[in-house]
Design a protein around this ligand. Structure first.
Ligand SMILES: NC(=O)c1ccc[n+]([C@@H]2O[C@H](COP(=O)([O-])OP(=O)(O)OC[C@H]3O[C@@H](n4cnc5c(N)ncnc54)[C@H](O)[C@@H]3O)[C@@H](O)[C@H]2O)c1
Length: 413
């Protein structure tokens, strides 16, 4: 009897141990694999693709958004369409009757509600943004199966210079692996699209010769962000050389304006000035001025559209090159650098609030002291001619900021 009851106790204990183990296992899976736990700047492409590769209604939506509505119009896949530049470029293309389909992974690098608001804006003008990652080749191929895109405007990237020290792999994920994934799909598309993509003025890095010309050295990046953009330019060269893809890289210089990026100085200075918080103004180690060639978004959009309109067709098909293809890199700047302290003075006047300035040494975190674009090549080839000075552009930004955030109340991100 004693023996039997002992056996029962052992078997009950074993059962309890087994079910406890299963229970703990389930808790582990729930917490560590649940979608809400992935708040990093990268997202899981396969999970997104399963959600987005929907049925006929979804395909109809994709086709409708990409439909060309004007004579000589183009059909463009805009990656990073929920981003700052992507939203403006998509809206401008749609306005002139081009077909536009957006793609964005809506990552959490900055407040995703701003991305959703931009998405809603585009939705109203007939642009659909597919939620997906550029690393998801299956999704990209599906989009190219549905639409024979003539052009790709590739703006999806991990932006920001300083964040690279916090999350370096997000730069590799989007700016290198993502670019290769996109070019792989473009190279085997039939017809191959022409690609215009965003590089950055940051590739000039430690270059001291000003203004920066496309011919200057760009092999001394000061940040991982810059290094990934420079790598992108070399990768573009390879795909042009081997597969005949038409590729145009645009080196943007500090773009600003309505619907801008909250991680950029002009944006968070505005927020902090309104809140009465002190704002850091960096100076170089020799007390030198830190200045930027701030470029208004409408000027950048004109440059992007001109690059698309002058892009020659890719020459390859079915993954094979059939002849030499166009390969270009342009500076898109304002060619008029402004010290950051002057930017703050303009904001003070527009906001009618005195800023609490805190002057400090520029930390060595990837920022450079000075940017200044030589834009003569873009002027010649693209007819690019920026027309908005910083005062005028910031006025438009502040007007938008106040209407969107209602004087700062909504901007607690
Ligand atoms: N704004 C500037 O001053 C500036 C200057 C130089 C270069 N650039 C470049 O211009 C482009 C647009 O910049 P922005 O200011 O609009 O930045 P942004 O961050 O507002 O837009 C980028 C968008 O890409 C999306 N994205 C990021 N990784 C992705 C991925 N793997 N798959 C799909 N979507 C992804 C993001 O969700 C975001 O909406 C970027 O390539 C950026 O590096 C911008």
């Amino acid at each position: 009897m004693k023996h039997i009851s002992k056996q029962r106790v052992y078997s009950s204990l074993a059962k309890i141990a087994f079910w406890s183990f299963m229970f703990l296992g389930l808790i582990f899976i729930f917490f560590f694999r649940s979608p809400s736990s992935s708040s990093s700047a990268t997202s899981d492409p396969s999970r997104r693709s399963l959600r987005t590769l929907a049925g006929p209604a979804w395909e109809k939506r994709v086709r409708a958004s990409a439909r060309i509505r004007s004579r000589n119009g183009i059909s463009v896949l805009v990656t990073g369409a929920a981003g700052f530049v992507g939203t403006h470029v998509s809206a401008a293309l749609k306005r002139r009757g081009d077909g536009v389909l957006g793609l964005d992974n809506f990552n959490h690098y900055y407040d995703p509600s701003l991305k959703l608001a931009r998405q809603a804006l585009l939705e109203r003008s007939g642009v659909y943004i597919v939620e997906g990652d550029i690393n998801d080749e299956k999704l990209l191929r599906k989009l190219f199966d549905i639409v024979a895109f003539t052009h790709v405007m590739h703006l999806a990237a991990q932006a920001g210079v300083r964040y690279a020290m916090e999350n370096p792999s997000s730069y590799v994920h989007s700016n290198i692996a993502g670019l290769v994934s996109l070019l792989e799909v473009c190279k085997s598309a039939n017809p191959q699209p022409a690609i215009v993509w965003a590089s950055s003025s940051s590739v000039y890095g430690l270059n001291t010769k000003v203004p920066f010309s496309e011919k200057d050295r760009s092999d001394q990046p000061a940040s991982l962000y810059a290094a990934t953009k420079k790598a992108g330019e070399e990768i573009a060269h390879t795909y042009n050389h081997i597969y005949g893809l038409s590729l145009t890289g645009l080196r943007f210089f500090t773009v600003y304006g309505p619907w801008g990026r909250p991680d950029m100085a002009y944006f968070f200075f505005t927020k902090d000035i309104l809140k009465g918080k002190s704002i850091p103004i960096f100076e170089a180690s020799d007390h030198g001025t830190v200045a930027r060639d701030f470029t208004y978004i409408d000027d950048i959009v004109k440059g992007c559209l001109a690059a698309l309109d002058t892009a020659e067709k890719s020459t390859g098909s079915g993954g094979k090159k059939r002849g030499a293809a166009q390969l270009r890199v342009f500076n898109l700047g304002n060619t008029s650098p402004v010290p950051v302290s002057d930017l703050v003075s303009i904001l003070e006047k527009l906001l009618k609030v005195k800023a609490k300035r805190s002057i400090m040494k520029m930390p060595r975190n990837g920022d450079v002291q000075f940017t200044h674009a030589n834009i003569s090549y873009a002027q010649r080839e693209l007819g690019y001619k920026p027309t908005t000075d910083l005062q005028t552009g910031l006025k438009k930004f502040v007007r938008w900021y106040l209407s969107y955030y209602g004087g700062g109340k909504k901007s607690d991100q």
